[in-house]
Every structure is written in C-alpha cells, then in structure tokens.
Design a protein around this ligand. Structure first.
Ligand code: FES
Ligand code: FES
Length: 155
C-alpha cells in the first residue's frame, strides 16, 4: 500500500492503494467514477478506455504507478449533463447507443481521435474504434455521431 495523488478530471485525488492495482479498479472503486467500464479486464474490449496525458489507453491493464503525475481524463471529465462535450451531445442526438456498455470507451477513443485529427474520414473513425468492441452492433450510429461531433467542433 502506498499513498499517492492522482490527477483525475482536473482535480488532485489522494489514493491509498497497491501501486500494481489497475487504474480502472481505482477509478471505479476508490474514486467512484462509473464512466470507465469493466469488460474483459485484459485490454481487449476497450470498455475501460480513458485518456492519460491525452493518449487513449485501457485502464484495466494499466497499473496505478504508471499514471502518477499524469493527467487522467474519464468520460466524466469530458463534460456533464449541464455542459456536455460535443461527442456526448451527438451520441444522444443520434441515439448512438443501444445498451451503452461500450459507449464510454468509444467516446474516449473518439475524443483522442478528434484531438489529433479534427476532420477525420469515416474510415479513419472506424479505424480509431477498431479496438472497441460493441456487442450490440451500434457502430454505424456511433460513427455517424462522431462525424457529427467533429463537424460541430470545427464550426
Ligand atoms: S475492460 Fe479494459 S479493455 Fe476490456
Ligand atoms: S451499445 Fe451495447 S455494447 Fe455497444
């Protein structure tokens, strides 16, 4: 057990945990953030994706020690009901989610894409989502929502 301070969604969050604990476990457990989801636990499904210093990573296979001193952003850090991120608004407008289980990770992958490429093609969006599994088959609506959010952010 060690004490360390994580930077999550713009705030310093003191945590006491084994440094080998997964980042996902701490986000969902001690920090009570439900945005990142637990799917496979093996870095395969993308449900747990978060941004670390702007890069999209899987939190389930990232140990706590690896993110100390870095800026972690979860779905909650992108926006909220009062002030949603354009991606969050577009997912609602396009009714892009079916069960919503995968959507948090997909929105985080999309957020990282739109930061590096504000005007992606449909193929580039699909490529960015290649490591996010959606068992409901809602990918087409999600791709539409991401392209709509990109247009909105460029306007
Ligand atoms: S829960 Fe992390 S990739 Fe599946
Ligand atoms: S919307 Fe259900 S898993 Fe993707």
């Amino acid at each position: 057990m060690v004490s360390l301070v994580l930077h999550v969604n713009g705030a310093d969050r003191p945590v006491e945990a084994d440094p080998q604990t997964s980042l996902l476990g701490v986000l969902r457990g001690a920090l009570a953030l439900s945005g990142p989801r637990f799917g496979c636990g093996e870095g395969e499904c993308g449900a747990c994706r978060v941004l670390v210093d702007g890069a999209c990573i899987t939190a389930c296979d990232t140990p706590l020690w690896a993110v100390e001193g870095k800026e972690v952003t979860t779905l909650e850090g992108l926006g909220d009901e009062a002030c949603p991120h354009p991606l969050q608004s577009a997912f609602l407008t396009e009714q892009a989610m079916q069960c919503g289980y995968c959507a948090s990770g997909i929105i985080m992958s999309a957020a990282a894409l739109l930061t590096s490429n504000p005007d992606p093609t449909e193929d580039e969006v699909r490529h960015a989502l290649a490591r996010n599994l959606c068992r409901c088959g809602a990918h087409n609506r999600m791709v539409r929502a991401i392209l709509a959010a990109a247009r909105e952010m460029r306007a």
